[in-house]
Design a binder for this molecule. Structure first.
Ligand SMILES: NC(=O)c1ccc[n+]([C@@H]2O[C@H](COP(=O)([O-])OP(=O)(O)OC[C@H]3O[C@@H](n4cnc5c(N)ncnc54)[C@H](OP(=O)(O)O)[C@@H]3O)[C@@H](O)[C@H]2O)c1
Length: 292
């Protein structure tokens, strides 16, 4: 592919990236806009959203919505449906961790809501627009530490919230992979998962030591000190999402997981547990009140 081909790879395509007024999402949006896509940015803050849209290529627009609530997800989907008749790519980039355990306005555990329920619900609500595109792609984001086996009775951290590697964040990122495997079998859309690697983003800066599993807490001050120097390449962290969203070799490919170098990687064993996948899928359908 020549540099010229790269600039036009996404011409005529409409792309929505959640959590894209800052952090990895903004760099994902920037790279897709640079490939010619019409990008819709999403964040909560109007001023930040408008500033990000101005900074990226012309043709970029910004919508504000709080995606931690079902009302926010529905409002976003309604606005996108009102303005667009098709969506070629949906990057469910929004994610993050919360500690101690809290519930959203809908009564859903906050980390599960952001990392699993939001991508499930938004994809369902936008499915008619995705199916109107010739080869629609959905990209969901995972984290780097396998969360261990999924316990269907603890998906919202009801029994145990933080532990060794089994923090609610790592668990939720395993659950989003399980949900994505199920969604990959739905007709009319390709669904894949990207692991971005690490970047010292606004989300990372705002994370308290209490949100980390006990074993990692002693290194949190070191991460705070070195993070801005060592983990400031957000564009590198956007690479795997950009690959899944735009690479010609991914057209029609569904149900795969790529690592931080955008290379295909095997699903963790816990994600291949069909009973756990069903439990995550059923919980999302019940909480979100929608199905594909
Ligand atoms: N950073 C890492 O090292 C790392 C490592 C592994 C995986 N990941 C995953 O990669 C993805 C991106 O991570 P990141 O660190 O770039 O995230 P981040 O810094 O938390 O992302 C910030 C973006 O999310 C938006 N946002 C936050 N809460 C929102 C809400 N409730 N509703 C709507 N928008 C909201 C912010 O908008 P506002 O303008 O409203 O603030 C901003 O655009 C996540 O899924 C994360 O779990 C990240």
């Amino acid at each position: 592919m020549t540099p010229g081909d790269k600039e036009t790879l996404m011409h005529g395509k409409t792309v929505l990236v959640t959590g894209s007024t800052g952090g990895i999402g903004k760099e994902t949006a920037r790279a897709l806009a640079a490939r010619g896509a019409r990008v819709i940015l999403v964040g909560r803050d109007r001023a930040r959203a408008d500033a990000a849209a101005r900074e990226l290529a012309s043709g970029t627009t910004a919508v504000t919505a709080d995606l931690s609530t079902l009302a926010g997800l529905r409002a976003l989907a309604a606005e996108v449906r009102a303005r667009h008749d098709r969506l070629d790519v949906l990057v469910n980039n929004l994610g993050g961790m919360t500690a101690p355990r809290t519930l959203t306005a809908d009564g859903v555990e906050t980390t599960f809501a952001a990392n699993v329920l939001a991508p499930y619900t938004l994809t369902c609500l936008l499915l008619p627009l995705l199916r109107a595109a010739p080869a629609a792609r959905v990209v969901n984001l995972t984290g780097g530490i396998p969360g261990g086996p999924l316990d269907p009775a603890n998906l919202q951290g009801e029994k145990r919230y933080l532990g060794w590697t089994f923090s609610q964040y790592n668990h939720a990122k395993t659950a989003v992979m399980a949900m994505s495997r199920r969604f990959a079998a739905v007709d009319g859309v390709s669904v894949n998962v990207a692991y971005p690697g690490h970047a010292y983003t606004p989300g990372n800066r705002a994370t308290t030591a209490a949100a980390f599993p006990y074993a990692y807490r002693p290194v949190v001050p070191v991460v705070r000190l070195l993070g801005p120097r060592l983990l400031n390449d957000f564009a590198k962290a956007a690479r795997s999402s950009v690959h899944l969203a735009s690479s010609p070799e991914m057209e029609g490919v569904t149900g795969v997981y790529v690592d931080a170098k955008a290379k295909r990687a095997p699903w963790p064993a816990s994600v291949l547990d069909e009973r756990a996948c069903d439990a995550v899928w059923d919980l999302c359908a019940r909480l979100g009140g929608v199905a594909p």
